[in-house]
Design a binder for this molecule. Structure first.
Ligand code: GDP
Length: 410
């Protein structure tokens, strides 16, 4: 697949090498124009230094500020397998808000740790945010291996320290890679620097991750938006994952009743299938009761039907949430009253500090881990399995919070 894109973020303690790594990724993948490299070389030489890849980022940022070449806060490069976008996280608040609201969704994360300094408080907070946001495709890179003379023992110590912490917050990184962003070891290229390391490079690791485009391969979910009765009854909605085909046996949730797809209609044109990402209409063989908010599935792989949801929410309204208040829960096309039964933990989304355990209120821009109780059963799913059914918003009149389901309680 060629126009597939994977979006990821790089997070870590300040000075552990984030900008240098981004510069190195762009350089090693040939994503920087020749004159840009020359310019940066000149700047570095005038400062009496070797080429510093951190400058690439500073440079790009400058241009971005001036609105010259780059118009969004995103940086691009390519491998043979696909395109990549490094999502810039200008601040935690924006990042968390974008992730939870789905405005700009990272599908993977690279957590960077300085080999000499080891795990710092910020490393832990960033890792915690990745876990809160349900990011499961995580790569750890232990950077600045050159400073510690590519020492395997030191690498193992930092790796163990970090993995111990990560396992407490439910993150199992897919890879832990020793790198030097400065020298370009094990980012795009395997170098002779660490013969003891037999694993893959950072780019090889990224290439193994799944993108959102893989939604077609997932279990089928069709969320019902509306039902029109014309000369025939058309059930309109969107295929959020998998694929619907004419003739398929389908099950309507929550009723559990089954029927077959008689036809699939796109703008009243007869088509034979509709895959993930499509909005479409279907006509069923039997005239079952189907309504907005229903979810149509195909196979035995069932979503969860529940009234209790553990989730992480980002509060984005000036008026705080106070325990006891009734809110509106909206997930895909479902809309139901709910209450927040328990506020396990509240976090300052800017400093990532814990504000309260077992809290009673959630204020603007705070993130909270909560237990939600809906008035009627809702059809939901793990966020990493089917994003559209794992993400929701809470509202009064307007939206006041976005959320990601972290635990399903049937
Ligand atoms: P950021 O704050 O995480 O973006 O970190 P920077 O990329 O600005 O790097 C902080 C400092 O560490 C800079 O002086 C870099 O040159 C240096 N640095 C980054 N990566 C490496 C590395 O792999 N080896 C060495 N020796 N220095 C590095």
């Amino acid at each position: 697949m060629n126009n597939e894109t994977l979006k990821f973020v790089i997070v870590g303690h300040v000075d552990h090498g984030k900008s240098t790594l981004i510069g190195r990724l762009l350089y090693d993948t040939g994503s920087l124009p020749e004159e840009k490299i020359e310019e940066i070389k000149e700047i570095c030489e005038s400062l009496g230094k070797d080429i510093e890849f951190g400058y690439v980022m500073d440079h790009l940022e400058e241009e971005r500020d001036q609105g010259i070449t780059i118009d969004t806060a995103q940086t691009f490069f390519k491998t043979e397998k696909r395109d990549y976008v490094i999502i810039d996280a200008p601040g935690h608040v924006e990042f968390i808000k974008n992730m939870i609201s789905g405005a700009s969704q990272a599908e993977a994360a690279v957590l960077i740790v300085d080999a000499q300094e080891g795990v710092k408080e910020q490393t832990k907070r960033h890792a915690y945010i990745l876990s809160m946001l349900g990011l499961s495709q995580v790569i750890v890179v232990i950077n600045k291996m050159d400073i510690i003379k590519y020492d395997k023992n030191r690498f193992e110590i930092v790796k163990k320290d970090l993995l111990d912490f990560l396992s407490n917050i439910n993150i199992q990184p897919s890879y832990v890679i020793p790198i030097s962003a400065k020298n370009g070891d094990f980012i795009a290229n395997k170098t002779a620097s660490m013969e003891w390391y037999l694993g893959c490079t950072l780019l090889e690791a990224l290439d193994t991750f799944e993108t959102k485009e893989s939604a077609v391969a997932k279990p089928t979910r069709f969320v019902v938006q509306d039902v029109y009765s014309l000369d025939k009854r058309i059930v309109v909605g969107s295929v959020v994952s998998g694929i619907l085909r004419k003739g398929d046996r389908i099950k309507v949730l929550p009723s559990g009743e089954e029927t077959n797809i008689k036809s699939i209609e796109e703008f009243l044109k007869d088509v034979t299938e509709a895959e993930a990402g499509k909005s479409t209409g279907i006509v069923t063989e039997d005239k079952l009761f189907i309504d907005r908010g229903n979810v149509i599935i195909k196979d035995n792989d069932m979503p969860v039907i529940t009234t209790k949801i553990k989730a992480n929410i980002f509060w984005m309204d000036k008026i705080p949430f106070n325990k006891g208040e009734v809110l509106n829960f909206r997930c895909a096309t479902q809309e139901i009253s709910c209450s927040i039964e328990k506020i396990f933990r509240v976090i300052n989304s800017s400093t990532l500090e814990i504000i309260a355990e077992d809290g009673v209120e959630i204020k603007n821009r705070e993130v909270a881990n909560v237990l939600i109780k809906t008035d009627r059963p809702v059809i939901v799913e793990n966020f990493n399995k089917i994003e559209e059914l794992g993400r929701f918003v809470l509202g009064r009149e307007d939206t006041v919070a976005g959320g990601i389901i972290t635990e399903l309680m049937p």
